[in-house]
Design a protein around this ligand. Structure first.
Ligand code: FE
Ligand code: FE
Ligand code: ZN
Length: 292
């Protein structure tokens, strides 16, 4: 067959940015990844290192040469855009503004963040604060698309329901600069049976948010049953979603070519290498070797 492949599985995991940009690209190649995630700074906060232009250019070249999918950078966990404390909200504003400026060294990729926890202020206030922050942070000329992550609904987390994210999106001045990253562990914990009822959950996502807004996937198994709201990731095949559940997500026709990021608990990179191999094999079984 000489027809070009329409579907492709872009898959990778979180990589350490400690050695710089180009080093992440090399590590990705070593483990069979063709996308990856990285923290734009220490995940628990703190300042970011300045970007080296040569290092960024080396990575840009590697990504082109090896036909990588879009990267999915991750904002620090400590960032809470809807905190009750103004200081914490201002840190979120400062960190996101700096991170988005840095992302322009790698144009056209994604920057994912946790919408945050309203900590007793109520859902409506939380959604208002997040939308206001995004409207301050996002510049119409930026090339990065910011992604709201679907959350497990732990405590006062915003984003445990698709409706939360739809409401944030509806209040944005630059809605084309914002999309959604679906985390399979989180949506399952949030009460959506994505493993057993993939079609139904994606239909609901489409009805509430719109599948055109779905830009990336976090591929995780979960230690807990549907609706648990716990947010404990499990290695692929060792949790309640199971390999079959994960497979039904990565092979779903509506989700092809979205970057898939593993965030499973693994001791080292060889664990991710194994998971990438496993999921590529499962995906190939489904889509065949058409085009080879
Ligand atoms: Fe996350
Ligand atoms: Fe995630
Ligand atoms: Zn999580």
């Amino acid at each position: 067959m000489d027809e070009k492949k329409k579907e492709h599985l872009y898959i990778g995991c979180h990589l350490s940015s400690a050695g710089g940009f180009a080093a992440m690209g090399k590590t990705a190649l070593e483990i069979g990844a063709d996308t990856f995630a990285f923290f734009t700074r220490n995940p628990r906060g703190g300042r970011a290192k300045p970007v080296c232009e040569e290092d960024a250019e080396a990575l840009r070249q590697l990504l082109r040469q090896h036909h990588f999918g879009k990267l999915v950078a991750h904002a620090p966990y400590t960032l809470n855009p809807c905190s009750a404390a103004e200081k914490t909200r201002e840190f979120a504003y400062m960190a996101m503004t700096e991170d988005l400026a840095r992302m322009e060294y790698l144009p056209g990729n994604y920057y994912n963040f946790h919408p945050g926890s309203h900590v007793g202020q109520g859902r409506e206030t939380g959604i208002r604060l997040i939308s206001e922050l995004l409207n301050r942070v996002i510049q119409p000329q930026q090339s990065t698309v910011v992604l709201l992550e679907t959350m497990a609904g732990k405590g006062s987390e915003i984003g445990g329901r698709f409706e939360d994210l739809a409401e944030i999106l509806s209040r944005l001045r630059c809605p084309d600069k914002v999309g959604v990253c679906l985390d399979t562990c989180h949506v399952s914990d949030g009460g959506y049976d994505i493993a057993a009822k993939t079609d139904e959950v994606l239909e609901e996502f489409d009805r509430v948010i719109g599948l055109d807004k779905l830009k990336a996937l976090h591929i995780n198994d979960s230690r807990n049953p549907v609706g648990a709201r716990k947010d404990r990731h499990a290695p692929i095949g060792e949790g309640t979603l199971g390999l079959a559940g994960i497979k039904s997500v990565i092979c779903h026709p509506a989700l092809q070519s979205l970057p898939c990021i593993l965030e499973t608990p693994q001791e080292n990179l060889s664990g991710y290498k194994r998971e990438i191999e496993l999921l590529r094999k499962e995906w190939e079984k489904h889509y065949g070797n058409e085009g080879d």
